[in-house]
Design a protein. Structure first.
Length: 556
């Protein structure tokens, strides 16, 4: 059959390399509105929920029970559940209704009722609601710092650049598990070189992750996953109660943490029970709320290919982010793992969170080239810095980043690499050569730096754990070798572990180690002229890009 020329051209477009499927509710391949989703209902007797969403208490699975007992305010639930879905949706977008009023109401809603409310809203209305419902007034951003070789010198340099460019949180992980202590140490030093107060984590199995946090090498965690069906929880040898216990272990040791969930995980595990992805995700969000955790990383995250393949899937991702804010939780709203070959499509997906602003617009902007990203590649990477900054400038919106000059980047990368070199020498770890420092300073990625002796590094990383090295040892090593400013930064970060102020919802630290959170910087958006507005200083920072022609460029 002869092909029409335009269809030949369209078939070759990047978007047509993506995968798409028709809705298949029986296996959970439906983003919103599955015919198998329950109908909203509630019955309370003697202060206890005895029926929720058409299920009697004696038929509850353990997620139902946890939500009913810990995530629903029985004092208001019957009144809240009696409201029309559209009436609640209008409260979400009405600038004359305060965020606090909506939060109080949502405490009485069941998972099915929240889904019903969200299903009445289009994406513009959801974005309007996110702008009002975000917990912290100031939006922010988070990045990934990894590389395929677990090269600590490069991690330090990349971390310093990313912190200097504006990321308030940074996350690393490993190609080789036993390299983890060095990755965490390198990122700690890089972060405090780029901007004092930047928070870091190392995503690992939970025992090692908690140990690194307790020693003051890392400052937060977010890889504690929760799921929307009982079978998926059981597959992971977990329950909502075990996750809540783990959360208390982190918090009691001064570590900020949040749970992670996302639409599509239950489909991938084969236990979606015929429910919509959004319904199962709302259950995850309510488990998080019931566990007393301050926030959630969601937005499909590593499962994004699943909702992105079905109709309304990207809308469902925005809906889960909105639901998290409605329940008064910090939201790190993904824009994380790559899901499309189309630059247009990935930008459209991101604008849903970037324009209204979330606590962390990306929970994994790749602060390295994507070939070095050990989280399977991100929706945005270092090659997109200029695009991101110019979108901020075009739209006068705060996406959390700032333009940086080449001289600034070279200087901060070099300082971080030299600081790590000094700490390695002081602690007796394998030497970092001047050639490695130079290479990391000017590198684009791991292809541009010399290989290290992996066997010796891994032995030393294990020795770091065996010797019980802590953040205080890092402070001493930095101070002894002339990096007094960095030593002070790491020490000030450790002090936060004692005060615990950065455990508040949506907490970040500014460069002077002041906590900015939903407690002291609560979102107060009530329409035009209210809420977060770019200061003159911040706007000047965003709009001053090196590519722009200036009057001084001309001889007149």
């Amino acid at each position: 059959m002869r092909k029409q020329k335009r269809f030949e051209v369209l078939a070759a477009r990047p978007v047509n390399q993506d995968g798409f499927v028709v809705e298949w509710p029986e296996v959970g391949l439906i983003a919103m509105g599955s015919p198998n989703d329950p109908t909203p209902s509630i019955k309370v007797q003697n202060g206890q929920v005895i029926e929720m969403d058409g299920i009697a208490r004696d038929k509850f699975d353990f997620i139902d029970q946890f939500i009913a007992d810990y995530a629903i305010d029985v004092s208001i639930t019957e009144k809240a559940m009696a409201m029309e879905d559209t009436a609640i949706a209008k409260m979400l977008v009405d600038v004359n209704v305060s965020r606090d009023e909506v939060v109080r109401l949502v405490r009485g809603l069941t998972p099915a009722k929240i889904v019903a409310v969200l299903d009445t809203m289009n994406v513009v209305e959801m974005m309007m609601a996110v702008q009002k419902m975000r917990a912290r007034k100031i939006p922010s951003n988070q990045c990934h710092i990894t590389n395929v070789n677990d090269n600590p010198v490069l991690i330090a340099a990349d971390g310093a650049e990313a912190a200097m460019r504006g990321f308030d949180e940074m996350e690393t992980t490993v190609a080789v598990v036993r390299y983890a202590p060095f990755n965490a140490l390198a990122l700690l030093i890089g972060a405090q070189t780029g901007r004092a107060g930047t928070l870091i984590q190392c995503a690992l199995e939970e025992a090692t992750e908690l140990q690194l946090g307790m020693r003051g090498i890392t400052a937060y965690a977010e890889t504690i996953s929760v799921y929307g069906t009982e079978n998926v929880f059981v597959d992971g040898d977990d329950t909502p109660w075990s996750k809540a216990f783990l959360a208390s272990a982190y918090a009691s040791r001064g570590l900020k943490m949040r749970f992670t969930s996302g639409t599509g995980s239950e489909v991938q595990m084969g236990y979606a029970e015929g429910k919509s992805m959004l319904y199962l995700e709302v259950r995850c969000i309510m488990v998080t709320k019931g566990a007393g955790v301050q926030g959630l990383q969601n937005g499909s995250v590593s499962c994004v290919g699943v909702p992105a393949a079905v109709p309304s899937g990207i809308r469902a991702i925005l809906a889960e982010n909105l639901c998290t804010t409605m329940l008064d939780l910090e939201v790190a709203s993904s824009n994380d793992q790559t899901f499309t070959h189309s630059d247009i499509r990935r930008t459209a997906r991101t604008l849903m969170q970037m324009l209204p602003g979330t606590d962390f617009i990306c929970s994994g902007y790749s602060g390295v080239p994507n070939y070095d990203n050990m989280f399977a590649g991100s929706n945005w990477d270092v090659d997109d810095y200029d695009d991101w900054n110019i979108i901020q400038r075009d739209l006068k919106v705060d996406g959390g980043l700032r333009p940086a000059s080449e001289d600034e980047v070279i200087a901060v990368r070099n300082k971080a690499a030299r600081a790590l070199q000094a700490v390695f020498k002081e602690l007796g770890f394998p030497a970092i050569t001047d050639a490695e420092v130079e290479a990391a300073t000017y590198a684009h990625g791991s292809k541009d730096v010399p290989a290290r002796n992996v066997v010796e590094d891994i032995k030393a990383a294990q020795e770091m754990m065996n010797r019980g090295i802590t953040g205080l040892d890092v402070v001493k090593a930095l101070a002894k070798n002339g990096f007094n400013d960095l030593a002070t930064n790491v020490l000030n970060l450790l002090k936060q572990r004692i005060s615990g102020d950065y455990l508040h919802t949506s907490a970040i630290l500014d460069k002077d180690f002041n906590v900015i959170s939903a407690v002291n910087s609560r979102n107060d958006y009530r329409g035009p002229g209210t809420g977060y507005r770019l200061s003159e200083e911040r706007w000047n920072e965003i709009k001053t890009i090196s590519q722009a022609i200036k009057p001084s460029d001309f001889d007149v």
